[in-house]
Design a protein around this ligand. Structure first.
Ligand code: AMP
Ligand code: ZN
Length: 464
């Protein structure tokens, strides 16, 4: 297995700490809103990484956190808590907000065939672990208290910013506007807030420094070390995490333990929309339920993501998604044709095995999914490969690609326009509290072969 390591800026051979095992931590969602499909691109990349390791014979321990406290709207301790803001805007409690969007997130992950991490840990369940880590940093002389908050002092270590290769002198002399006058160095960051800017903060805990709540970065250090130990193999996230979040995670983790924390840093590039990064703050974002409502299958989006390398930017458009849908449909049809005349061979031919090996080597070469997908297509079109072997090899490759090929031939695929129109009418009826009409439409849809499934983000149709 070869992987690009952001720390060295180069592709390296993967050498695990414990032979045959991989310990991997991925920053999870902040559950204050729906994940957009850009976020989901990053989780698809992490899913491919984990599936490829398993395919290569590694035992993987994959940990992902759920951020349900402490993530401010600005990365540099500025702005307000995203959860609190969302609660205020919707009139719900922060706890309800977290539950709701966590469910919505896992609905998206399931629809995209993203395997559930072995451990999913919520920040609010690990406050004691964070306090213990901050205490350790305090004992080591890496913190100071200012304006009531506990800060990490980046000048207490010698290599702050090594992941992002930050030039600290340049940053100091640059015209950065610093909002927090409590900080000794503008790059210092909050470990624990007690003197909150937000007086009505709902989530607060007792701590040696007073009642308050943790900063965002400390949760990932505390939870990853709890479940993977003080030194583990891989840490993943989107590239936007490099300059602040991952930089601060490294600073505090290595200051606490005095040794290297993570061996490989893997980052996924952005999904772009209209030339810019898709983001919630810019307002131009698309969610998976929106695509589903437009009649796309979640796996059309997964296929679309596979057509770009995870370290390249990928430009989202409905035209490109249409192309992915057509390609996926074509693939499903070819698998269905083979399925109609045979079942998968248990001992594939040498030629089929060659394709399988070529597929693996593309994925093991820094996850080259577009090339691996091309190998799958080439194999499906190869007239020398029998239908039995086509099935066996396609299912083998799909163990990593996760496109649901084994379901080929089952009634699914596109939902017709009339059904989508009825679904919208049902939503209108529900809004107007006309339950009888809503039920009537549900029954009509059922007679057309569609079940209505209510999800946290609205109703979707499923073929029955
Ligand atoms: P958040 O829920 O905002 O903490 O983001 C969840 C994950 O999505 C993080 O790993 C981000 O780096 C990543 N991410 C955010 N925006 C994009 C984007 N436009 N394309 C790909 N990944 C993204
Ligand atoms: Zn993190």
């Amino acid at each position: 297995m070869r992987l690009y390591n952001t720390m060295s800026r180069s592709i390296e051979d993967f050498n695990p700490i414990v032979p045959g095992k991989v310990s991997m931590y991925c920053c999870g969602p902040t559950v204050y809103n729906y994940a957009h499909i850009g976020n989901l691109r990053t989780y698809i990349f992490e899913d491919l990484l984990r599936r490829t390791f398993r395919r290569s014979g590694y035992e993987v321990r994959h940990v992902m956190n759920i951020t349900d406290v402490g993530h401010l709207t600005g990365d540099g301790d500025d702005g307000e808590d995203k959860m609190e803001k969302s609660a205020r805007e919707t009139g719900q409690s922060v706890w309800d907000i977290a539950e709701f969007y966590m469910k919505a997130f896992f609905h998206d992950e399931e629809a995209l065939n993203i395997e559930r991490p072995d451990i999913v840990c919520r920040a609010t369940d690990h406050i004691a672990d964070m306090i213990a880590l901050i205490k350790r940093l305090e004992d080591g002389g890496h913190t100071y208290i200012s304006g009531g908050n506990v800060y990490f002092s980046i000048d207490s270590i010698s290599d702050y910013g090594k992941l992002a290769r930050l030039n600290l002198d340049e940053l100091k002399s640059g015209a950065r506007i610093e909002v927090d006058s409590n900080k000794k160095n503008p790059k210092d960051f909050v470990l624990w807030f007690t003197n909150s800017k937000f007086k009505d903060q709902a989530m607060m805990w007792d701590s040696p420094w007073g009642r308050g709540y943790p900063g965002w970065h400390i949760e990932c250090s505390a939870m990853s070390m709890k479940y993977l130990g003080e030194h583990f193999d891989i840490h993943c996230g989107g590239i936007d995490a490099i300059p602040v979040h991952h930089t601060n995670e490294i600073a505090q983790s290595e200051a606490a333990t005095g040794k290297t924390w993570v061996n490989y840093w893997c980052h996924g590039e952005f999904l772009l929309m209209g030339g810019a990064k898709m983001s919630k703050s810019s307002g131009t974002f698309v969610t998976l339920p929106v695509l589903e409502k437009e009649g796309y299958d979640a796996l059309d989006y997964r296929y679309f993501c596979l057509t770009g390398h995870y370290r390249s930017q990928l430009r989202f458009s409905y035209e490109a998604l249409d192309a992915a849908r057509t390609a996926r449909k074509g693939l499903m049809e070819r698998v269905a044709e083979a399925k109609a005349v045979s079942s998968p061979s248990s001992v594939p031919s040498a030629k089929a095995k060659e394709y399988m090996a070529a597929f693996d080597s593309e994925m093991e070469n820094d996850l080259n999914a577009p090339k691996a997908l091309a190998v799958l297509w080439q194999m499906m079109k190869d007239q020398e490969i029998s239908p039995e072997d086509k099935l066996a090899a396609a299912y083998y490759m799909d163990g990593v690609l996760g496109l649901g090929l084994e379901k080929a031939g089952k009634k699914e695929e596109s939902i017709d326009a009339e059904a989508m129109k009825l679904l919208e009418e049902r939503a209108e009826a529900k809004k107007a509290k006309d339950w009888a009409k809503a039920d009537e439409i549900r029954n009509k849809l059922l007679s057309m072969g569609y079940a209505v499934k209510d999800t946290p983000s609205g109703a979707v149709l499923q073929k029955v």
